[in-house]
Each structure stands twice: as C-alpha cells, then as structure tokens.
Ligand binder design. Structure first.
Ligand code: ADP
Length: 303
C-alpha cells in the first residue's frame, strides 16, 4: 500500500542555515508515527512542508499520493490538522466553527450538519453544539479542535502537540480519542514533548535534532537499542560525596539539577550500596523514552 506521506531528502533553510536537512520519512498506513525533538529541531517546519504550506529548498513531498506543494489542495483534501495553538473562532458557536471549517473542504452545510452529532460525541461534547467557544474550558477547546480536524473524514491526521497545556484528565480523554482513530485505521503523525504520550500512542518514533533524524524505531526498540535497561535516580544529602562511588557501580551517570541518574543493567548493586546511605533517597525504575531522548539530544536547554 502507498505510504500516506513520503518525504525524501527534504531540506529547508532559514537565515542561511538548514532547519530541515535531508529529512526522509515514509508513514505506514494505519499507524501512529511520532516526531520528537527539542525546541527548534525542525518539527513544525517539517509538518508545514508536508502540508505544502511552505516550499522546500530541496527534496520531495508526496501527501496521499499528491506532490506538494504543486497539488496542495488535492493532497490536503483527506488530511486533518490539529495545530499547536487552537484557532477556533471565538465569535462563533461550536456548530458554526465546524460548519465554517467543513466548507473549506467543499462540504455542503447539510453534509456537515449530518456529521456534527458523531463529531461532538467523539469529542465528549454532545449537547454543546450551540455553546459559544468562550464558554468552553481549555480541554473542551482542544477536543473540539480534534473534532474539527475530522470534519472531512481524513485518512491522515497531523497533530502538533495536541495535549500541551491540558490537565491529566483532559490528556487521557484526548489519548482515548486518538486510540480510537488508530483503531479505525487512520494514520497519525504526532509531535509532542510528552514522552509518556509518545510511548503510549506511537508505533514508530523518529527522533529529530537540527533538522535530521537521529534515531528511528518503536518505543521499545529505541529503549532497547539506545539505553541501559534500568535507571536509579539518586538525590538528597550527601549526593556530592556518593557521586564518587557511582561511576564504579553503574555504566553511565548523568547529573540533572540535584539528581544523579545512574544507568545500569545491574541495579541491585547500586541499590545495595544506597541502602547503607540512609540520608540519600532513590528511585529505581525501568528506562523509558525520556531517558533515550535526553541521551540522544542532551540535557541543555534549547531556547
Ligand atoms: P520545532 O517545531 O522543532 O520547535 P521549528 O520547525 O519551529 O522547530 O523551527 C526550527 C528552526 O527554524 C528554529 O530555529 C526556528 O527559529 C526557525 N524557523 C522556523 N520558522 C521560521 C521562519 N518562518 N523564519 C525564520 N526562521 C524560522
């Protein structure tokens, strides 16, 4: 089957430097693909290139079989977009927002009206069709933005940080919705700064930095191939002194703020040593995607 999105050698320069630099990507239909990277890595620019909103300096984009941006209108016909910042019209009701958006895709008022109950049901907004946008909570607006992205029954959905700024309850509702979409066979391309979100939802993840892919695989593959399986986080009084022993007890140590991260495949040795230091506190846990991300992209702030 044809990939819903194919990017080959994609390159874009701003101010003389490449912010997307020879980027290749082929999405598999019916899968959720994550695009992770620190701020400024080039994720949003990649999404904008993929949607044909900006022109690449080199490389090609094929969106649902259409070359972009040459056939942008056709390419985007069966694509849904959840942008980073909600762009709902605050002067309109929920229904009017869906109606306006649906018309961009050439849908008739009657066609959109027929879809509204399902869309609102999906978004947990049943009964809110006539509510003004100003009366909705942040979580409701985000869910409406997701519902709006589905108005044209898309095959491929771009989600740019869909849960940023939401509380845990609202995030879980969005995740439930996204899993339903994956279950229906939709293809998702998701950017997020939440590694737990990527780990839960994504089948394949591309880690991006400085415009390039620096690692790709399923969450499990990335963890297995880039990082030791166990982490012991150590903090508390006497850490500075204990650090001197840590190097002999584990494979790799990293300091972040007041915590020492000990990466190892033999955590018992580290934990046994810590048992003799009651002033130190520790947390032993399996390595996760965030550990991989920090190892690959570093712990320094990017903006
Ligand atoms: P991310 O989404 O990963 O945070 P972006 O794609 O937004 O990264 O940005 C990548 C880099 O390109 C950043 O350094 C950003 O400042 C720069 N950039 C993005 N858009 C523009 C633009 N329209 N003009 C100039 N520089 C831009």
């Amino acid at each position: 089957m044809r990939p819903p999105l194919r990017l080959a050698g994609l390159t874009k320069h701003y101010g003389g430097s490449a912010v997307v630099d020879g980027f290749d990507l082929e999405l598999e239909p019916g899968r959720c693909h994550g695009l992770l990277g620190p701020n400024g890595a080039g994720k949003t620019t990649t999404l904008r290139l993929a949607l044909g909103l900006i022109q690449a300096d080199a490389g090609t984009v094929e969106l649902l079989g259409h070359p972009m941006p040459a056939r942008a209108r056709l390419g985007r016909q069966k694509v849904g977009v959840v942008p980073q910042v909600d762009s709902l019209d605050p002067d309109f009701t929920v229904r009017e927002n869906l109606q306006t958006y649906g018309r961009y895709f050439g849908l008739s008022g009657r066609e959109i009206e027929a879809r509204i109950p399902d869309l609102l049901d999906f978004a947990g907004l049943a009964g809110k069709a006539d509510a003004p946008i100003l009366n909705l909570s942040g979580g409701m607006k985000r869910r409406l933005t997701l519902a709006r992205a589905l108005v044209n029954d898309p095959d491929l959905i771009f989600l740019d940080e869909p849960t940023t700024g939401l509380d845990p309850q609202a995030r879980h509702l969005i995740w439930q919705g996204l899993r339903r979409l994956i279950g229906q066979g939709k293809t998702l391309l998701l950017t997020t700064h939440f590694m737990d979100e990527a780990e839960r939802l994504c089948d394949v993840i591309s880690v991006m930095d400085r415009g390039r892919v620096i690692a790709r695989g399923s969450p499990r593959e990335l963890i297995a191939s880039h990082i030791e399986p166990h982490v012991v986080e150590v903090f508390g009084d006497g850490l500075a002194e204990w650090k001197a022993c840590a190097g002999d007890l584990c494979h790799r140590c990293e300091t972040a703020g007041e915590t020492l991260f000990c990466y190892t495949d033999a955590p018992d040795k580290v934990v046994a040593h810590l048992e003799g230091r009651p002033a130190l506190r520790y947390l032993h846990r399996p390595a996760n995607l965030e550990d991989v991300f920090l190892k690959l992209t570093g712990r320094d702030l990017r903006d």
